[in-house]
Design a protein around this ligand. Structure first.
Ligand code: NAD
Length: 496
């Protein structure tokens, strides 16, 4: 189905892509895809069963073993990924609109992150294709004098990578997986989230146009419990690269453990934002607002727990709630809107019930909550003040929406204890110009990334991942390349 939207031609694919062919699910099942700003169905995509997953994995395996793929030079893989980056940019307006219609996010976010950052990541990872290297090693084997040895290692691809991604950055999350996987010489079966499959399908099509052999990137659609689970359990998949909730990550990790299959797990978060007393309250309030409201709070590193030094607490929190109160809510396609809808009705209901829990737990709601008249899945930016640091569900459970709890603290050690009092450990930010405090906090906070005077900054060269229940493994940079390859040691004996 193709739709013209505001002068842009949208490719709404309604079949999945395996081995370069567009296919329905063998069982004929499909899943409706919604526009979260209106609640309308905009497409139906296949709900793949085990047979479809098996076909996709076998296709990826055959391609992995083919002369066309195995014989391709690293430089040729690099060129394809660079061409794909160019194609993402030349088709950028279409991809951005497609993402905003499917996910609800602001068009500006789609342009900047789904399109711009995807191209940036592809280019960065393309460069790694030609830079994989091993080492040469001297051995100490007790051999007779007429025998000599030499040894070396190679970084080699794993085989078929099963990539399972969430709905919050649909295109960018796909790129975070497929770019390092393909650069390292793997083939991929990608399963986007059931809510947001459309840009991943278009990505598969653009990859073919870029010159990727059919079968090197296969995109299957379907529900997690069926399609995703079949991909994880498939013996032909050599590695699972997963981003999503801790609950599902735990399940996937257990199955991969049983099958001795490597899994990288990028999971949930409950990131603290710590503001020290030397901060300008206006800067701190804007920083805290950006940390929680970016992408409507649907960010794994969203700064959802705000700890402010008590000397500036009231000032910062009042300014922050004024920022939240003034945010314009509406369709992500409309100019002047600051916050679009959440991704689905189910997610909207979950976020609203967590807001209700904040009220029930006795915190003061400074702004937000309450129903909105629009048909879409909107939630107002919501701020709770927890002046007396009372226990709250909202302090421990990931909301994944525009909901923040603010609390005062008196000294840095207290802030460290409170910030680390979470099962999660994905991100944290510290706002201060005091180098001693910044260093102390960056050392003590249990988080995969600590930002100083900024939040939610990611870069293809900066390792990203979680401590504790926020996951296992690191994405980006050399760490990603390592996780999409394995080591082969070659040992040679020869006559002296
Ligand atoms: P989710 O775990 O429900 O789903 C993620 C993906 O897993 C989807 O594609 C889904 O279909 C699939 N899935 C669900 N059940 C499965 C199963 N049993 N077997 C295999 N696959 C299955 O998460 P979500 O609601 O889509 O996304 C939100 C979550 O993702 C949040 O917890 C958020 O923090 C996390 N997230 C983490 C990062 C990170 O880098 N750490 C980034 C973005 C989102």
């Amino acid at each position: 189905m193709n739709v013209i939207k505001e002068g842009v031609f949208l490719n709404l694919r309604d079949r999945m892509l395996v081995g370069g062919e567009w296919l329905d699910a063998k069982n004929g099942d499909s899943i409706p895809v919604f526009d979260p700003a209106t609640g309308e169905i905009i497409a139906n995509v296949p709900d793949a069963g085990e047979v479809d997953v098996d076909h996709a994995v076998e296709t990826a395996r055959r391609t992995y073993q083919s002369v066309a793929w195995r014989g391709m030079t690293p430089a040729a893989r690099e060129r394809i990924l660079l061409r794909l980056a160019d194609l993402i940019e030349t088709n950028g307006e279409e991809l951005a609109m497609l993402e905003t219609r499917n996910n609800g996010k602001l068009l500006a976010y789609s342009r900047m992150f789904e399109v711009g950052a995807s191209a940036q990541w592809l280019r960065y990872m393309a460069g790694w294709a030609t830079k994989l290297s091993g080492t040469t090693l001297d051995l100490s084997l007790p051999l007779p004098p007429h025998v000599r040895t030499s040894a070396f290692t190679r970084r080699i691809p794993i085989g078929v990578v099963g990539a399972i991604i969430p709905w919050n950055f649909p295109l960018l999350m796909a790129i975070w997986k497929i770019a390092p996987a393909l650069a390292c010489g793997n083939t991929v079966v990608l399963k986007p989230a059931e809510e947001t499959p459309l840009t991943a399908l278009r990505l598969g099509e653009l990859a073919l146009e870029a010159g990727l052999p059919p079968g090197a990137l296969n995109v299957i659609t379907g529900r997690g419990e069926r399609t995703g689970a079949a991909l994880v359990a498939h013996p032909g998949v050599g590695k699972i690269a997963f981003t999503g909730s801790t609950e599902v990550g735990r399940l996937i990790g257990a199955i991969c453990g049983q099958n001795l299959k490597p899994a990288s797990l990028e999971l949930g978060g409950k990131s603290p934002v710590i503001v020290l007393d030397d901060c300008d309250p206006a800067v701190a309030a804007q920083g805290a607002a950006d940390a929680i409201f970016f992408n409507h709070g649907q960010v794994c590193t969203a700064g959802s727990r705000l700890y402010v030094h008590h000397d500036i607490y009231n000032d910062v929190v009042q300014r922050l709630s004024a920022i939240a109160d003034n945010m314009v809510i509406g369709s992500g396609l409309d100019a002047g809107v600051h916050m679009g809808p959440l991704v689905s009705r189910r997610h909207q209901e979950r976020v609203n019930s967590l807001i209700d829990s904040g009220v029930a737990d006795g915190a003061e709601r400074l702004c937000g909550g309450g129903a909105l008249p629009e048909k879409g899945y909107f939630v107002r930016p919501t701020i709770f003040a927890n002046h007396d640091n009372r226990p709250m569900k909202l302090l421990h459970e990931e909301v994944f929406g525009p909901v923040l709890v603010a609390m005062p603290f008196t000294d840095i050690s207290e802030a460290i204890v409170e910030a680390n009092n979470s099962v999660y450990g994905l991100g944290a930010s510290v706002w201060t110009n005091r180098i001693d405090a910044a260093m102390k906090l960056s050392e003590s906070l249990e988080a995969g990334t600590v930002w100083i005077n900024t939040h939610n900054m990611v870069d293809p060269n900066l390792p990203f991942g979680g401590f504790k229940d926020s996951g296992i493994g690191r994405e980006h940079g050399a760490a990603a390349v390592e996780s999409y390859t394995t080591t082969k040691a070659v040992c040679i004996a020869y006559a002296n």
